[in-house]
Design a protein around this ligand. Sequence first.
Ligand code: ACO
Length: 319
Amino acid sequence: MRTVINNIATYLPSRVVTNDDLSKTLDTSHEWILTRTGIERRHLVSDGEFASDLGIVAAKRVIEQADFDPANLDAIIVSTTTADRHFPSCGARIQGEIGAVKAFAFDVGAACAGFIYSLTIADSLIKGANLKNILLVCCETLSRFVDWTDRSTCVLFGDGAGALLLQSSNDDHRGIISTKLYTDGSKEKYNSILAHNGPQNDHRGYTTMKGQSVFKYAIECMDQSVTEILTENDMTFDDVDWIIPHQANRRILESLCKMKNFPPEKMIITTNEHANTSSASIPLAMGYGIESGMIKRGHTILLTALGAGLVWGSAILRL
Ligand code: ACO
């Protein structure tokens, strides 16, 4: 039994904000942002547009593309750390909006690693609980959780969503081959890597980060999980067609290639167009890779991500 990706769709809000736009209100420049992060522009939500709104568009798109009846969905898993509300969940809202009457729905909060965490849960539900059809939605609006006067964080993020229709299949040549997850909560205390102040503070709060620590851990943790998952599956980079890492920062991805020998020609990078869209970044990059014709049916894809927590992980799948 395998969990296969039947279809994937994405959605980016229509408002595009360039680095030059940001430099009109912040003490920053296109050159600084581009050189330090590889980001050129980002899509941001407008007033009244929330994470579940992005997720609903991506969900409707994937259902339409797959010509699938949402009444046949068994579950909806939504990865988000920037939900519209603490409760009800984005999952419940999306379930109602798309008419997935039989599906149970819930949110997963694993920051920028949320897609790999959610993929692992979906795979377990298909293999362990005999579910047939799962909608996995990643929708994020980090722009609502940054301090727009703090140039060291607000320039890094964008908003967006991706949705995947996952199905059980007897085709052993396709689907999720392996996933691996890790958490180290002690790093949050020591480094305040990326903390959204919750209700114990001011009920909204902003993202704070020690950028250089995140940079270092991102390289070390993603390398560790990729090395372990490849070894456990008796694979090397030669067995992989594409690597899709979390798109936090182009320099992190270049460092993985220079310091850890990741093959740069196999890496999909969309940081310049999307910025860091947290857990939506891998689905957005996967959607781009498929639409642009780089990723094809039968290709083997290696995913890796690290997020606030610290949480991190990797996955290998064949499209
Ligand atoms: N424009 C201009 N100058 C800036 C800006 C900005 N937007 N932001 C910071 N600076 C200044 C700082 O004030 C500092 O000035 P000073 O030397 O006068 O004090 C100077 O630039 C250097 O600041 P650093 O923080 O040392 O810059 P660094 O080279 O480390 O780059 C960055 C900062 C881009 C955040 C980097 O540390 C980084 O990419 N870290 C990874 C963090 C990341 O990607 N996080 C994403 C979220 S977590 C995740 O997704 C896993």
